[in-house]
Design a binder for this molecule. Structure first.
Ligand code: REL
Length: 986
């Protein structure tokens, strides 16, 4: 059904990110964005007077704006946004004069070289340098010019090389005076600034490094769809204007519109002309050729979606698409997939697709208004990549849109030299949100910007720079990674790894000001880290171990600590920021923390039920509490900002049973049980799923994990009740150096006793010490503590890591030594990975190295091992795909001490880049990599004798991302993340 659409101009607008400005501000005044936010952010605005600066607004009075009507409508529209932005910032709206020179000594002049006579005259008079702009793509300069036009003493000139160049220059001022690109989309408030001064230095961000930079609104039901229908009445231009403006403020230029049952051109006749007026290029998805939405075939198509049997019908349909496109800036998708984003039928072959493409290109030539300006795009999505591998011909002037595996891992990159030669260029289609196997992820932000950085940096260095596009799902709540993706696309060179590490703080400062930027950056990094470990849709009670290393408990604690911090900031931050803070920080942290705690509680409920703990039902109640809380948080999201975001969080996320979303959120099954009547003591211990007392022939001793003087752990004993009446308990041991907190007391339901060791008193050697737990009816249960206190090495002196409890666990960046060669090395990438950060073999295009050579680049980890014989080393790697065109897999070398390195191929199990279909031989391996967000490789080594050893990780290929290393020497509890890092001295 078509919606009525009124031409209502969006009112507001606001500020953008600056990346790598040429100007280095040297004043010490109060700047709009402070120097410590990273070199990628340059500011030319001061909020107080500076000698020689241009007074843009003084005492709340902004100078008038001036342009000429011969410029693009989109430029004049953006200037109106700037007018509103000045009003938001200074509380006064400047006059916008079109054609007649404002009566003012100082003005802002904005316009496009070659399209605006005022700007052209400035160029002619040599007041701005036309050469800087001539023939450039989306470039602007911002410059103070004396006596620009008759009657005006001085102007701030924003001149663009083309339409979007000028628009980006205009929004650059908006951003720098304090209007976030997210002012409307996330209710980011604008601070009042009565005085605005601009540096007299010429300022430019140059040309973007990636030509088309965009987003795809996808998987747009139920959340986006319900919100849009509620707020705008449909996917009409009132909605899309908000999207266009956002894209331009983020310095993007490209959109694939929402397409689940929607048709951009057909749903509202104003959508396409307005996109063009705004300056946003429109493309249709990889399976919607020739500017026609998928749903339009259902609406208007005649016959089957099959080129073999219905060539005529399809040609007609496509011709209409191309004619309807007019001369609006667009990209045209070529080729075809099966109806509804499915592979074509078995019989369909490469030859047929090539024929389809030839015919489509002919239609473009014959029916497009400006056929030579049309960007033709062929996306190598899913099985189409395989056709390409099998020799499918793609005409050289067609843009090849490469893809990730839908989970953020690039599938294929051509040889960079070949890539550079292709006239149609290359693009990359990336995902923040996905519908499909192994599981759809559509609810919350689970994307680490560090992984975007790493994968898109690899992409860029392979000369994939014509188009970067990202699937952003419902758009919200992906604000943070969208900003990063588009900023990085503007200029990847301006955001090297260490600057990327600063980005969250910079972004936080842009939305919330300086005061809490550091803390908010930490929250953004950490919540996305925890969510990226395993998408919430894949979480269940078995994900994290509640038996070993207190893993589940740690995740809950970590998340709840983040939540505490978020709530602390929420209380302190001024009222006007609260709605934005809720959307961008508090909700994702709280809702995700809540969900994680719900699943850990389910795990406890199940364990407690098995062990007959009387608090089993309480745990079931806790699950219910968190389940209800999830819905309450949803409601809260829908009520903030006067209900502006109604339905926006309505995506289901609890109760998945297979890849597709559940129709509603379903609480996991729990056990509710009535305990025995009389008091009845049970004991459970850390590191074991069993409970005591045990009967029968197979009963085991209760033995805590081993205490050692290096890690100086504490381990717990749970004394619990299986009955309904409370009982007294006591825990004692014969040695003074074994410490038990809470040694006596009353158990209503459960008491947790923490056992630790007084290392100043314990004698040297290995000890096995019983702890007697006495309960009702004189029953005793013995728990053993094993204590390891070797005389050597000395804790404070040992170099590197120390083995304990059957392993040495190492976060990769904690190496003892790093040996670099001149042209290759392991690079620290902050925040990347499930537990801490990563070391990445670098640079992206480095030559293959030879592990074992004396100077070969490597990481060395010293460690003290008490074990000898065979050990297994587990290397935890990011699930990088075998993307190099040679398809030989990425390799690294690994050795202990002076042994010859073993060469490990991280792609041994999954060499093919292609096959996604369920049931294909490699599907299972790939599915477990992306579900767990890790690829763990294991090698075995022989340790000749206990003592000091050095593990070496050698670089062979670049782009291997190592997060963590575990040397396993004995039995080690199974967990999702592997054991936490071992004791080490740097
Ligand atoms: O994530 C993707 O690129 C695709 O699965 C979707 O674009 C797909 O077209 C789907 O939304 C609808 O058909």
């Amino acid at each position: 059904m078509k919606k009525k659409c009124l031409v209502i101009r969006s009112l507001l607008s606001l500020f953008l990110l600056a990346v790598a400005g040429e100007l280095v501000s040297n004043n010490n005044q109060l700047l709009a964005s402070d120097a410590d936010v990273g070199s990628h952010s340059s500011s030319i605005i001061s909020f107080s007077a500076v000698d020689g600066y241009f007074p843009l607004a003084v005492s709340g009075k902004p100078v008038p704006l001036y342009t000429h009507s011969d410029d693009y409508q989109g430029v004049i529209r953006a200037l109106k946004d700037l007018q509103s932005d000045f009003e938001l910032v200074t509380k006064n709206k400047p006059k916008l004069s079109i054609n007649s020179v404002p009566k003012s000594k100082r003005v802002v002049i904005a316009g496009t070289l070659g399209n605006n006579q005022v700007i052209d005259k400035l160029a002619e008079d040599g007041k701005i340098n036309a050469e800087e702009l001539d023939g450039k793509w989306e470039k602007f300069i911002i410059q103070v010019v004396d006596n620009p036009v008759k009657g005006v003493d001085q102007a701030l000139v924003i001149a663009g090389s083309d339409k979007r160049g000028t628009i980006f220059g205009i929004y650059e001022i908006s951003r720098q005076i304090g209007v976030s690109p997210w002012y409307w989309w996330a209710d980011v408030p604008v601070s009042h600034q009565p005085n605005l001064y601009v540096s007299p230095e010429r300022f430019t961000l140059g040309e973007p490094k990636v030509q088309y930079r965009g987003i795809f609104l996808n998987n747009d039901e139920p959340a986006l769809g319900n919100w849009v229908r509620h707020s705008f009445g449909g996917f009409n231009h009132q909605f899309y204007e908000k999207v266009f403006e956002l894209i331009l403020r983020l310095r993007g230029n490209y959109l694939w519109p929402a397409m689940w049952g929607k048709a951009f051109h057909d749903d509202c006749p104003h959508n396409a002309p307005l996109a063009d007026m705004y300056g946003v290029v429109i493309g249709y998805t990889h399976h919607e050729p020739m500017m026609r939405a998928h749903i339009e075939w259902a609406r208007y198509g005649e016959g089957d979606w099959d080129y073999q049997t219905n060539e005529e019908g399809l040609r007609e349909f496509w011709i209409e698409g191309i004619e309807r496109m007019k001369d609006y800036e667009s990209t045209v998708t070529l080729a075809m997939r099966g109806d509804g984003d499915e592979p074509l039928s078995e019989e369909a072959n490469i030859e047929l697709i090539e024929r389809v493409v030839n015919d489509q290109r002919e239609i473009i030539q014959n029916y497009a208004k400006n056929p030579d300006d049309v960007i033709q795009v062929w996306a190598l999505y899913k099985e189409v990549m395989d056709y390409y591998n099998r020799g499918m011909e793609v005409p050289d002037d067609v843009l090849i849109l490469l893809t990730n595996d839908n989970w953020g891992n690039i599938r294929y990159l051509p040889d960079p030299d070949d890539a550079a030669k292709r006239s149609g260029g290359w693009g990359m289609y990336y995902h923040f949100d996905y519908v499909g196997g192994p599981r759809s992820y559509k609810w919350i932000n689970t994307i680490q910007i560090s992984r975007i950085w790493e994968q898109m940096n690899v992409t860029y260095r392979h000369n994939i720079d014509k188009m970067w596009l990202v699937n952003v799902g419902d758009l919200k709540p992906m604000e943070f990674p969208i900003s990063f993706f588009l900023d990085f696309a503007w200029n990847p060179d301006a955001i090297p790894a260490d600057v990327m590490g600063q980005y969250p703080k910079w972004w936080a400062q842009q939305q919330f000001g300086k005061e809490f930027a550091e803390e908010i950056a930490h929250l953004l990094n950490e919540y996305t880290r925890i969510n990226s470990r395993r998408k919430p849709e894949l979480l269940n009670e078995d994900t994290y171990s509640i038996i070993h290393f207190r893993e589940g408990q740690r995740v809950v604690e970590d998340y709840n600590n983040l939540l505490k911090e978020a709530e602390r900031i929420n209380e302190k931050i001024s009222e006007e920021y609260r709605d934005a803070f809720f959307q961008l920080v508090l909700y994702p942290v709280k809702a995700s923390a809540n969900l994680n705690e719900m699943y850990v509680s389910v795990a406890k409920n199940r364990l407690y039920a098995r062990q007959l703990r009387s608090n089993t039902t309480e745990m079931a109640d806790k699950v219910r509490y968190h389940f209800d809380m999830d819905a309450k948080l949803n409601d809260k999201y829908h009520s903030i900002a006067d209900g502006k975001w109604m339905h926006m969080m309505s995506q289901t996320r609890i109760g998945y049973t297979y890849w597709n979303q559940p129709p509603w959120d379903v609480m996991p099954n729990v056990t509710v049980a009535t305990p025995h009547d009389p008091a009845d003591m049970g004991v459970a211990i850390e590191g074991s799923g069993y409970a005591w007392p045990q009967a029968g022939r197979n009963r085991q001793d209760a033995v805590l994990p081993k205490f050692d003087k290096f890690n100086q752990q504490s381990f717990y004993i749970d004394v619990f009740n299986r009955g309904r009446f409370s009982f007294e308990y006591s825990a004692d041991t014969d040695v003074p150096w074994l410490l038990i907190d809470n040694p006596t007391g009353t158990v209503e339901k459960q008491e947790r006793l923490l056992v630790s060791v007084d290392w100043t008193q314990v004698p040297e050697g290995t000890h096995r010490q019983p702890i007697r737990i006495s309960g009702p009816d004189n029953r005793n249960i013995i728990v053993y503590a094993e204590v390891f206190n070797p005389s050597y090495p000395v804790r404070e002196e040992v170099q590197g890591f120390v083995e304990a409890n059957g392993y040495v666990s190492i976060e990769a960046p904690n190496f003892t030594r790093k040996i670099d060669s001149e042209d290759a090395w392991w690079k620290y990438v902050p925040d990347l990975g499930r537990t801490y950060a990563s070391m990445v073999s670098f640079p992206v295009l480095a030559d293959v190295q030879t592990p074992g050579d004396q100077d070969a680049p490597r990481l060395e980890y010293d460690m003290h091992l008490f074990s000898e014989g065979e050990v297994t080393v587990h290397v935890y790697l990011a699930p990088t795909k075998n993307f190099k065109h040679e398809r030989t897999g990425l390799k690294y070398g690994i050795s202990f001490n002076d042994e010859d390195p073993q060469i490990e191929n991280i792609h041994t199990e999954i060499l093919n880049w292609g096959d996604y279909s369920y049931g294909a031989p490699e599907y299972g391996v790939w599915a477990s990599w992306v579900s767990n967000n890790i690829n763990v490789l294991r090698t075995t080594h022989t340790i000749d004798k206990p003592g000091k050893h050095t593990l070496k990780i050698w670089m062979k290929n670049p782009n291997v991302v190592i997060q963590k290393i575990v040397v396993q020497t004995g039995e080690m509890g199974e967990t999702y993340l592997g054991p936490p890092q071992s004791f080490f001295n740097k």
